[in-house]
Design a protein around this ligand. Structure first.
Ligand code: ZN
Length: 411
């Protein structure tokens, strides 16, 4: 498809109206790369057209991030300055709609010591995570993406930069259901309604356990927390009741499992890009909820480090169902970007879970949610386990099994 101004405007409108669902009088905080200034303006204008009170902007730069990690020392990078903390604090008062436009080079931090990246992330999270936890569930946010040349060249190394960007745009637009003909806002309504119906079915089944099996070696069971909800696509800001779509694209229906109950082996079916580096062909074995061993053909050390990022980085925070017909999967290549890659097929995430899946989740502290079985960690890393023959059974309280997935898709 030719990327016209009109298509770009449709996309910007989709992100603002369906994604963040900006409401009159709300403040918006927009995160976007410096080389995407034109698209940032389109987004900002759509926000104002939706009635935003003020659109604040935070420019991002891969190049500068890389330079920070290369030249600045660990202590400096790890320190959250008082004004940064104040800013995070202010966010808990203003509750702005946050819009993130991803376009980063997946290799931006390649070659930078993963220890340094991890240590900086951990130190900063110690100060900033409590503020993030405080706005959980009471503000709207969305993440979408637009191609940059470096990102496109990573996906299509053999193409010219222009052609690579074109191909990535085609893929991105296909996954967000923009075809240049029909109204994408309408299409997203149909899509999110379908996901809501599936989630409602799962919730009505009240499964106590999921059983995964695939010929690739996946043989895994996990318990579900009684009463914990399956959720997908649309979320609700509990403060004002506004529906929004946190991730665009999104194909998944997810919940947080009982973290301490994972048993067996999960075999990855797609490479995982973490901290700008690849972990490929890996499997993880769980006992009593914890990853007790892992094996990766590529990225073994990185995988081990990831699992040890903190006390509970070796436990699951999410299980998600995505049929193999997903438009992301149909694109047939790795995006090197979780926003897309996690929507290719069924996946799980190591690390933090979502307390909002508990009926009273929003009123719980992170520690209280953890006592109820929702994992907490500074990481949340999705990896794909969906395969062409993956079957998933839901087990009811009386022990009966109901097929949920057969051959990689809804049974
Ligand atoms: Zn997910």
């Amino acid at each position: 498809m030719k990327i016209t101004q009109d298509i770009l405007k449709q996309y910007a409108r989709l992100i603002v109206r369906s994604g963040a669902n900006v409401q009159p009088g709300q403040t918006v905080l927009l995160f976007v790369a410096v080389d995407q200034a034109a698209f940032a303006e389109m987004i900002a204008e759509e926000c104002y057209l939706a009635g935003a009170k003020k659109v604040n902007l935070e420019w991002q730069s891969d190049g500068i991030s890389r330079l920070h990690f290369h030249y600045a020392d660990l202590e400096t990078l790890s320190t959250v300055l008082p004004w940064e903390e104040e800013k995070a604090k202010q966010m808990t008062v203003d509750l702005p709609c946050r819009i993130y436009i991803e376009s980063e080079d997946p290799d931006a931090l390649a070659g930078i010591s993963p220890e340094k990246i991890s240590a900086v992330g951990q130190s900063r999270a110690r100060v900033l995570k409590p503020y993030r936890d405080m706005i959980d569930g009471i503000h709207q946010w969305t993440i979408a993406a637009i191609p940059s040349e470096k990102w496109a060249k990573k996906c299509f190394p053999n193409e010219t930069p222009e052609r690579a960007v074109e191909k990535l745009w085609d893929a991105v637009l296909a996954t967000v259901r923009i075809d240049g003909v029909s109204d994408p806002v309408e299409k997203w309504k149909v899509h999110t309604d379908f996901i809501s119906r599936k989630a409602a079915w799962l919730n009505a089944q009240d499964f106590r356990q999921l059983r995964y099996k695939s010929t690739n070696g996946t043989d895994f069971t996990v318990e579900l927390i009684p009463g914990a909800r399956w959720d997908g696509a649309a979320a609700v800001n509990n403060r004002n009741g506004v529906r929004y779509i946190p991730n665009m694209p999104t194909e998944e229906i997810f919940t947080s499992p009982l973290a301490s109950s994972c048993e067996g082996t999960l075999v990855s079916t797609k490479p995982l890009s973490w901290n700008s580096q690849l972990i490929e062909n890996f499997s993880i074995r769980f006992e009593n909820g914890r990853a007790v061993s892992c094996r990766a053909e590529k990225g073994q050390t990185l995988l081990e480090k990831m699992i040890k990022m903190d006390e509970c980085a070796d436990m699951l925070g999410e299980v998600a169902l995505v049929p193999k017909e997903s438009p992301v999967n149909r694109c047939g290549f790795l995006f090197y970007e979780t926003l897309f890659d996690e929507n290719a097929c069924c996946h799980v995430a190591l690390g933090a879970g979502f307390k909002e899946v508990l009926p009273d989740g929003d009123s719980l502290t992170t520690q209280e949610a953890q006592k109820r079985g929702i994992n907490d960690s500074i990481i949340h890393v999705d990896f794909m386990v969906g395969s062409d023959d993956l079957s998933i059974d839901g087990i009811r309280a009386d022990g009966s099994a109901v097929p949920i997935f057969r051959n990689g898709t809804w049974a």
